[in-house]
Design a protein around this ligand. Structure first.
Ligand code: PLP
Length: 378
C-alpha cells in the first residue's frame, strides 16, 4: 500500500532508531542517578537538548522534553497562563478557532477552572488569521497568544513573522509547530515558545518538546521529582530525546530540498484531482500551504466512504485529523472556514512524507476511481 497520512504520524527513521538503541540497551541509566551509568545517560540527554535547541534557535536551557506535542501544548498554555495569573493577575488568552484539540481543550480548561476569558479568533476562508487581529485582541491582562504555525487538517501556514511583529513582544507568542517541523524554518519565527512532536518527523510516538525562552515564567503541569529544571517532572525519556534530536537534525538537513520536491508533487496532485473530479474542492490556502498537504472536500460524497474506497485501491489517507476519523462530527477547522457541515463531513486529507518522490498520477487515478465508485454506488 501507499501510506499518505504523514500528518497523522510517520515511521521511525532507521538513523533515529540506530541513535536510540544504545540508550534502550547498554546505556539505560537514569539521568538523575549519581553513578557512571546515570551520568552517561545525563550526558546523552544534555547533548540531545543542545541539538534540539539549535534547530529551534533557542538555548539548551529553554528546551523541555515532554511526552509529545499534546503535553507541550498543555504546558505552554496552562503553564504560562497560570504563572502569569499568579504574578500579574492575567486572566485572558488569545488563540484561533482552527487550533488542534490539545490547544483548544487547554484553553477551555483555563476558562472553566481558572476563570480565564479566551479570544478565539476567526480565520478567513483559507484558514489564515489576520496578524493585526491577533495584536488587537491583546489586553492588559492577556497571558499569551497561542497560534498554530501550520494547520494539521488543511495545511494552511500562518504569517507567523507578521503575527510576531504585530504583537511586538507585548505578550509571549507560542506556536504549535508540530506540522511545520521538517517543512518550515523553526529557528527564526520570532516566537517565544514552540511545540514539536517526534512522531511527525521520524522519531517515535511519546517524545516531544516545548522550547520556551527561560525568561517566561512557567508553572509546571506535571509535578514530582523536579526534572527538566523543575518544569516537567518524571524520569526523562533519554532514548526518546536522543531520537528526537536525530530526527530534527535530519529533517532540518534536507528541509529545503524536501519542501521544494514535495511541493511540486502536491501541486500536481491538487491540480489533477481538481481537474478530474468535478465535486472536488480544495480546502485551505492554495499558496501558503504545507508542502505535503493536499486536502479536499467532495460535495455530496461521504468522506469516510471515499477513504475506504481509496484504501481498497491501496492508498491510505484520512479525513482530516486522526481524532476526527471515524466520527461523523464535522471538523471544527472546516466549519471555521465557512464550509457547511454536510460538505465538511466529506473531507479527505492526503499528506505526503518528506521522502516522497515519483509520479502522483496513480494517486490522482485512485481518487478519481474512489469518488466514482462511491457516487455510482458500485
Ligand atoms: N498539534 C498538532 C498541530 C498536531 O497535528 C498534533 C498531532 O496529533 C498535535 C498537536 C498533538 O501531538 P502529539 O500526537 O505528539 O500529542
Amino acid at each position: 500500500f501507499r501510506y499518505l497520512d504523514n500528518a497523522a504520524t510517520t515511521p521511525v527513521r532507521r538513523e533515529v532508531l540506530e541513535a536510540m538503541t544504545p540508550y534502550l540497551t547498554s546505556h539505560f541509566g537514569n539521568p538523575s542517578s549519581h553513578h557512571s551509568v546515570g551520568e552517561h545517560a545525563a550526558r546523552a540527554l544534555a547533548d540531545a537538548r543542545a541539538r534540539v535547541a539549535a534547530v529551534l534557535g533557542m538555548r539548551p536551557s529553554d528546551v523541555i522534553f515532554t511526552s509529545g506535542a499534546t503535553e507541550a501544548n498543555n504546558l505552554a498554555i496552562k503553564g504560562v497562563s497560570i504563572a502569569a495569573q499568579q504574578r500579574r493577575g492575567a486572566r485572558h488568552i488569545v488563540t484561533t478557532a482552527i487550533e488542534h484539540e490539545s490547544v483548544l481543550a487547554s484553553v477551555d480548561y483555563l476558562v472553566r477552572i481558572h476563570g480565564f476569558e479566551a479570544s478565539i479568533l476567526p480565520v478567513d476562508r483559507v484558514g489564515r488569521v489576520d496578524p493585526d487581529a491577533v495584536a488587537a485582541a491583546v489586553r492588559a491582562d492577556t497571558a499569551s497568544a497561542s497560534i498554530g504555525y501550520a494547520n494539521n487538517e488543511i495545511g494552511t501556514i500562518q504569517d507567523v513573522a507578521g503575527i510576531a511583529a504585530a504583537l511586538a513582544g507585548r505578550v509571549p507568542l507560542h506556536l504549535d509547530a508540530v506540522q511545520a517541523a521538517g517543512w518550515l524554518p523553526l529557528s527564526d519565527t520570532g516566537a517565544d515558545a514552540l511545540s514539536i512532536a517526534g512522531h511527525k518527523i521520524g522519531a517515535p510516538k511519546g517524545i516531544g518538546a516545548l522550547g520556551i525562552r527561560s525568561r517566561i515564567p512557567l508553572e509546571p503541569v506535571i509535578h514530582g521529582g523536579g526534572q527538566e529544571r523543575e518544569r516537567r517532572s518524571g524520569t526523562e525519556n533519554v532514548a526518546g530525546a536522543v531520537g528526537l534530536a536525530r530526527a530534527v537534525e535530519l529533517a532540518e538537513a534536507d528541509r529545503v530540498d524536501a519542501a521544494a520536491r514535495v511541493s511540486a508533487m502536491r501541486d500536481e496532485l491538487i491540480a489533477g484531482v481538481l481537474d478530474r473530479v468535478p465535486t472536488a474542492r480544495l480546502t485551505g490556502d492554495p499558496t501558503h500551504r504545507l508542502p505535503g498537504t493536499a486536502s479536499f472536500t467532495f460535495a455530496g460524497v461521504g468522506g469516510e466512504t471515499v477513504l475506504l474506497e481509496l484504501e481498497r485501491r491501496g492508498i491510505i489517507t484520512s479525513s482530516g485529523s486522526a481524532c476526527a476519523a471515524g466520527s461523523d462530527e464535522a471538523s471544527h477547522v472546516l466549519l471555521a472556514l465557512g464550509v457547511d457541515a454536510d460538505e465538511a463531513r466529506t473531507a479527505v486529507r492526503i499528506t505526503l512524507g518528506h521522502s516522497a518522490e515519483g509520479s502522483v498520477e496513480p494517486i490522482v487515478e485512485a481518487v478519481e476511481a474512489a469518488v466514482t465508485a462511491v457516487v455510482s454506488g458500485v
